[in-house]
Write a protein that binds this ligand. Structure first.
Ligand SMILES: Nc1ncnc2c1ncn2[C@@H]1O[C@H](COP(=O)(O)OP(=O)(O)OP(=O)(O)O)[C@@H](O)[C@H]1O
Length: 505
């Protein structure tokens, strides 16, 4: 999957009067406007907000081995927990979700379990989950509360939680029971802006391991749903004592998050990204600039009283929206090694082929037959799933000769040649071949750069009309690599016809 930007949806908590307006793809608060992907206005219920957010597509890709993250950010009382968990928190069976006020989490679990069910005839999946909170910059298990959990680093898996309780689940109800029990253990308290304010960041992570029943690669998808604690100012909340201390930790970890986002948006590629500065940023490393597909819910209160805080939330969201992630399928180390080696072999074959053709050209010889005909279909790893991108264009056997001849320098099945910038001209003019009867122009210097660049032939570059006489002869040859074919035509009068054929297709 190509790299993709983190998407941002703005969720508005209703208030009357409202300070927030939306027009032409922009949100406007107190004369400040922001562009945004998705605007979930105050009239939308949870059903409509979930459908418009696009979260369901991210959740479904978890079954294919991708990581997806949704995180809710915003001022205290802006509706983060309402959006993620729903108002009542007495979550019912999946069938009751439609039309209810349940939040994004139960809806995502329902979508996930449906996707697993749909694939159950071909794919075997196992589901596990953890629920933790980060309170005062220490991580606590919410499934079986105990002492703080250590965050460790491993070369293979990145940051991970040591000894977190992992719950095996086989149904929607299993997951929701665990989530509910865990949510009840979360630290909360009351202040001026929220009767039930969460004092910690909560991370629900659902792991989906999948493998085709017929065998093959084992994939490790992951869905992370994060309800962040709200940014707050002691002046507004009236926090003192423990609450004030909690407030300090919340704001510090959100500040670390903003520093990570600032660094990720730096134009300098070597900018240090301070992921290690807080537990929150360590655990979100995959979701920000990593291999996850991520959606941010920027929660704002529509009341004019909170316009300043809402603007700060949206400024933060605009920074997040510039970050690009590289969604990647997570494989077992063995499967990953096999994939990488296949991709490397394929690349080396291409390079070898290209060097052989260059070497033949520079000696003025036709190119000997290649020892292989490109990787067979079941060997080809097109890299689409694990984010490996080929270094130059590739055309498959099914591509038409027209495409081959006019739009790309690449020709035979799965073979690739570098772009024209890398192509060298023959060293000596004397050794250059001449065009056939119909032209005295040397063929190669004219034809090769045209064939190897990624543009059609212009009218001034076309050979004279008479050189196009015997096109049918070369119709089949036009499917061949132009480097190979042109090289074969060094000492051959058919070269001009070949060139004409390629120009005409
Ligand atoms: N879209 C909405 N529609 C109706 N009520 C909402 C909406 N959003 C939030 N609320 C209500 O506003 C109150 C505060 O919301 P919530 O607890 O979700 O805020 P929060 O951002 O999670 O706050 P904190 O960071 O302090 O935990 C709740 O009573 C909630 O039901």
């Amino acid at each position: 999957m190509p790299s993709e930007r983190i998407r941002v949806a703005i969720r508005v908590r209703p208030a009357a009067p409202s300070a927030i307006a939306w027009s032409d793809g922009r949100v406007c608060i107190a004369n400040t406007s922001f562009r945004c992907d998705t605007f979930l206005d105050e009239t939308m219920d949870q059903d409509a907000a979930y459908a418009a957010s696009g979260m369901a597509q991210l959740v479904e890709s978890v079954v294919d081995g991708y990581s997806s993250t949704i995180f809710a950010y915003g001022q205290t009382g802006a509706g983060k927990s309402h959006t993620i968990f729903g108002p009542e928190r007495n979550l019912g069976p999946a069938t009751n979700l439609h039309g209810s006020q349940e939040g994004f989490l139960p809806r995502s679990v329902a979508v996930l379990m449906e996707a697993i069910e749909r694939q159950s005839l071909e794919t075997r999946c196992s589901v596990r989950m953890t629920v933790v909170e980060i309170y005062n910059d220490t991580v606590h298990d919410l499934v079986q509360p105990s002492g703080p959990l250590a965050v460790r680093w491993s070369k293979d898996t990145g940051f991970f939680l040591e000894d977190a309780t992992v719950v095996e689940c086989s149904s929607y109800d299993d997951i929701m029971h665990a989530v509910l029990a865990a949510a009840a253990n979360r630290v909360h308290s009351s202040h001026h802006l929220n009767d039930r304010s969460n004092r910690s960041h909560c991370l629900v992570t659902i792991y989906v391991d999948s493998q085709a029943i017929a065998g093959g690669e084992r994939k490790y998808g992951k869905l992370t749903i994060v309800d962040l604690a709200g940014s707050e100012r002691a002046h507004d909340t009236g926090a003192v004592g423990t609450q004030l201390k909690e407030s300090g930790y919340i704001n510090k970890s959100l500040y670390c998050l903003s520093q990570v986002i600032l660094a990720l948006n730096s134009p300098r590629k070597d900018t240090f990204v301070p992921f290690r500065d807080s537990k929150l940023t360590m655990l979100l490393i995959d979701s920000l600039g990593g291999r996850s597909r991520t959606l941010m819910l920027a929660c704002v209160n529509a009341s004019p009283q909170f316009a300043r805080e809402s603007i700060r939330t949206l400024e933060f969201a605009m920074g997040v929206a510039r970050i690009r992630n590289e969604p990647t399928v997570a494989l077992s180390p063995q499967d990953k090694l096999v994939r990488d080696l296949r991709a490397e072999i394929k690349q080396l074959k291409h390079e070898n082929e290209y060097l052989r053709s260059l070497s033949c050209l520079s000696r003025g010889q036709s190119m000997p037959a290649l020892p292989f005909d490109g990787p067979s279909d079941n060997q080809v790893d097109d890299g689409r799933q694990d984010g490996i991108r080929p270094r130059s264009h590739t055309i498959t056997e099914t591509s038409s000769a027209k495409l081959v001849a006019t739009t790309t320098p690449t020709i035979t099945k799965g073979h690739t040649v570098p772009t024209s910038a890398a192509v060298q001209q023959p060293r000596s003019n004397q050794s250059r071949p001449r065009m056939g009867r119909s032209s005295s122009k040397p063929l190669l210097p004219v034809a090769l750069p045209i064939l190897l660049r990624n543009e059609p032939v212009t009218s001034s570059e076309r050979p004279r009309k008479s050189t196009r006489a015997s096109l049918p002869l070369l119709a089949r040859d036009a499917r061949l690599d132009p480097v190979t074919t042109t090289a074969a035509a060094w000492d051959d009068e058919r070269a001009a016809d070949l060139f004409a054929q390629l120009c005409q297709l």
